[in-house]
Ligand binder design. Structure first.
Ligand SMILES: [Zn+2]
Length: 439
């Protein structure tokens, strides 16, 4: 076959990651028992772009609440050992569904209480299984590479709503990448939306992909043989608007209503993807180059021993968190004063830059990056690589509340971030993106 310059070697693979045993689910501290069943199966998917001569990159998307930094690093090491693909060319995204298994050390203090050794054993087992599954699909995606075409465009979708402030900022953009066969037929779709995957709201204890899972299912239903990847943007302060709708009486009624909304949001996303497939697209002709940097984000002044003791006496999640920190002090451990925050980007020549911000990033980052860089060639992703907590903008940090620092205890972080966290993140994005992408 005669090679056209625009053809890129691309491979896709996926695997069902639904555990066939009950396990504690991550995302809501109010759940106190192992899962009660499966509403929807969950998946991990891999997308490999580039030939061995190009130096391929791999994106993995996982239906899970949050992948810890050390988990992603470990998987990346294993992939590098087998394939030579280095850290900057491997990225792990997660959908932040709040109805998937806990992973070892992922939001470890979420329950505000110790879990049983038997429950922890299953979490450790699932974590090992997930790691193996990801390695398997990365290898399979690399094996299945074949000449393909890439194109993208940006749609718009309205169900994300600011959950801190009525009418507050949101990012309704829906970047959509199309992976096409050499003959132009659709092979896969990758779309990113900035919203929490929390339609079900902890109203039950079943495994489910929430709206992102239903969006994937809808796209794949209306396009047989197409693989759909959903990843998440800067939606840390956005919830699906259905969360604010009135709910019926009764636990089962609430669950069924919310499940119907999760399907509705998934369908809305699939419909907008279909519109994007009909609209003009921009071709991508270059295999991306990965860039990876870390920046230390310092915490605010740590509590004193007296303050820890005072908090410990409060009980509840705050008391548990303080008690754990007092135990660390008793053990002679040093309470950490910062986190190492990974920032990654894929640079498709001068055609497109995808920024992968780690963890739960509020919407201000997306709007600021789209002002400082050329928004027509920028895709801002979050919920990737690591899960240390919420990453607040300076505005959200000053406002406080859950995303501004209140949630830190559930992630086991000692306290909120110090002022300046926004600028540190933005400066690092400027380091990883070439100047030709500046606005
Ligand atoms: Zn969250």
């Amino acid at each position: 076959m005669e090679m056209n310059d625009n053809l890129i070697e691309i491979g896709i693979a996926q695997i069902d990651i639904t555990p066939d045993y009950p396990i504690r689910l991550n995302g809501y501290g109010s759940r106190s028992t192992e899962s009660e069943g499966i509403v929807q199966n969950i998946w991990a998917k891999a997308l490999a772009i580039g030939s061995d001569d190009d130096g391929p990159v791999v994106m993995v998307s996982v239906e899970n609440c949050g992948l810890p930094d050390e988990f992603t690093e470990d998987v990346s090491d294993r992939v590098e050992h087998k394939t030579g693909i280095t850290r900057e060319n491997f990225v792990a995204c997660f959908t932040h569904t709040h109805s998937a298994p806990c992973l070892t050390n992922s939001a470890a203090f979420i329950f505000g209480a110790d879990i049983t050794p038997q429950e922890q054993e299953k979490i450790d087992r699932y974590t090992r299984e997930l790691s193996n599954w990801i390695e398997t699909i990365v290898m399979e995606a690399l094996t299945k590479r074949q000449p393909s075409r890439l194109a993208w465009n940006i749609g718009e979708l309205g169900f994300a709503k600011n959950r801190r402030t009525e009418g507050g900022p949101v990012d309704h953009s829906l970047p959509v990448m199309q992976i096409l066969n050499a003959d132009g037929t659709l092979r896969a779709v990758w779309a990113s939306y900035a919203c929490h995957c929390t339609t079900l709201g902890g109203s039950d204890n079943h495994i489910c992909g929430d709206w992102a899972g239903y969006a994937q299912e809808e796209i794949q239903k209306s396009h047989p043989d197409v693989t759909a990847f959903i990843t998440i943007g800067c939606g840390a302060d956005a919830n699906p608007e259905s969360r604010m709708r009135p709910m019926p009486e009764g636990k089962q009624e609430v669950f069924e209503t919310r499940l119907a909304y999760a399907k509705e949001h998934g369908k809305a996303l699939a419909i907008e993807v279909d519109h994007q497939l009909e609209r003009d697209t921009t071709d991508i002709t270059e295999v991306p180059k990965g860039v990876f940097e870390r920046v230390n984000l310092p915490f605010d002044t740590l509590p004193t021993r007296e303050e820890w003791e005072q908090k410990a006496s409060q009980g509840g999640a705050i008391g548990y968190h303080a008690k754990k920190h007092l135990e660390m002090l008793e053990d002679g451990q040093v309470i950490k004063t910062d986190i190492s925050y990974p920032i990654q980007a894929w640079i498709f020549g001068n055609e497109l830059a995808i920024v992968f911000l780690a963890s739960e990033v509020v919407v201000d980052f997306s709007h600021r990056l789209k002002r400082e860089f050329d928004a027509t060639r920028l895709w801002v992703g979050a919920y990737t690589n690591a899960f240390p907590g919420y990453i607040p903008s300076e505005r959200v940090l000053a406002e406080g509340g859950y995303e501004g620092g209140g949630a830190m205890i559930y992630f086991g972080q000692p306290t909120r971030f110090a002022p300046g966290v926004e600028q540190l993140v933005i400066d690092t994005v400027h380091q990883v993106l070439p100047a030709e992408f500046l606005a």
